[in-house]
Design a protein around this ligand. Structure first.
Ligand code: COS
Length: 375
């Protein structure tokens, strides 16, 4: 069994760490207080070649491994988890485009994500009445000549205020999961508008919005990503990979919390009680276990082996353990942990949603259990 990370993967991790420490970490607290979406920093990160890492060289990407991608998100999330989630979603969109878009669509939408020409890409699946049960989505697309006319609403869309392209799931082929198609929407499409920005407990330097489609008209053949009715499979495939990104984000938050805790205790000059030592030992063990699950899922994806259940396990475990770790780190620092003297209270707030988006922990357990039943 080889636990070695390759020199290429280490190089990407080093580059992500250097960027995160110099261009992100010093500003993360201010960005979150001012709810500042760091558009220029995200573009600079893309210019470093670190967005869409897994996109193949043939499609204009760096052709890095998923392991390298996971390590890079871990680094970024230690500095600023809002930045990490924005990059993770853009990278998921980039991977979808690299796998399913035509060369023309890739030239128009994928390359700008990779190069920083676009600040971000958005993934528009969830709706007010269709979150966990994604197959029940209701946004309709009807065909009128060469146009697709879209009506409906999407919700909880990351980076919607700054995205250059939206991958949107619509119903155009009847009920159920086989009635769903995937299309591309541009921010300037007629009948498309960005709704209210959510007032969130955490990740306040990322933007989360609703999207409105009121007779939104798109040139349908140029914008179709899937064949008619083939969209649900694209969503599920993308989310399998996306869950490695969210696990890595949660892991980075938890790792950052452990570092904050160590530094806070050092500053307090306080020695730990026996029970507190046991807690820290448990936290560190969970951190290591989560990392192993994440990198195993990433490695399986790189080997083109089934990884859906492993990504779900990584997501459920890494996000839940990260929440426990942040919670305990705050408690161990005492009242100080609840103040902005440290980044811990921000990490605790940022962490919660990782157990919810890209599939709740309950959804992950459905995916894991189904895979076990099939085995
Ligand atoms: N990869 C590829 N295809 C998949 C797949 C996967 N991981 N999972 C399911 N499919 C396919 C199935 O093979 C099936 O195909 P056929 O119609 O050809 O048979 C189809 O998709 C429907 O599958 P299934 O019946 O299992 O779908 P469900 O509606 O039961 O899906 C869950 C259930 C809960 C797994 C799904 O709705 C889900 O992942 N929900 C969470 C969505 C989510 O994460 N939302 C957050 C959005 S981003 S914030």
């Amino acid at each position: 069994m080889d636990f070695q990370i390759s020199s290429e993967e280490q190089d990407i991790q080093r580059r992500a760490r250097a960027f995160a420490r110099s261009a992100v970490a010093p500003y993360a607290g201010r960005w979150e207080q001012q709810e500042h979406f760091p558009a220029e920093t995200l573009q600079a990160y893309a210019r470093e070649g670190l967005v869409g890492l897994t996109v193949s060289k043939a499609c204009g990407g760096p052709g890095a491994t998923t392991v390298a991608y996971a390590l890079s998100i871990m680094e970024l999330a230690q500095a600023c988890s809002a930045t990490a989630v924005t990059v993770a979603v853009s990278s998921m969109v980039a991977e979808v485009l690299s796998r399913f878009a035509t060369p023309e669509q890739q030239a128009r939408y994928l390359l700008p994500i990779l190069s920083g020409g676009f600040v971000a890409g958005s993934f528009a699946l969830s709706e007010p009445g269709a979150g966990s049960d994604a197959a029940s989505l209701r946004t309709q697309m009807q065909i009128d000549g060469e146009c697709g006319i879209i009506n409906g609403e999407k919700t909880w869309i990351s980076s919607g205020t700054h995205a250059g392209v939206f991958v949107v799931w619509v119903r155009d082929n009847g009920e159920g999961s086989r009635g769903i198609s995937t299309v591309l929407v541009q921010p300037d499409d007629v009948g498309f508008s960005i709704g209210r920005k959510e007032d969130k407990m955490g990740l306040r330097a990322s933007s989360t919005v609703s999207l409105h489609f009121g007779d939104c008209s798109i040139p349908v053949e140029a914008r179709r990503l899937s064949e008619k009715g083939g969209g649900f499979r694209i969503a599920m495939t993308a989310l399998d990979g996306g869950r490695i990104g969210v696990s890595s984000q949660a892991w980075g938050i938890a790792k950052g919390a452990m570092e904050d805790l160590r530094e806070g205790l050092r500053q307090q000059g306080r020695s730990l009680l026996g029970e507190e030592r046991a807690q820290i030992a448990q936290m560190e063990s969970e951190l290591l276990a989560a990392r192993a699950l994440i990198l195993r899922a990433a490695w399986l994806k790189d080997q083109r082996k089934p990884f859906s259940a492993q990504a779900a396990m990584a997501k459920a475990f890494a996000t839940e353990s990260a929440n426990r770790i942040c919670q305990q780190a705050v408690t161990l620092l005492g009242e100080e942990g609840c103040t902005q003297l440290h980044s811990l209270e921000r990490r605790l707030r940022d962490c919660k949603v990782t157990t919810i988006y890209e599939g709740t922990s309950e959804v992950q357990r459905i995916v894991i259990a189904r895979s076990l039943m099939r085995a």
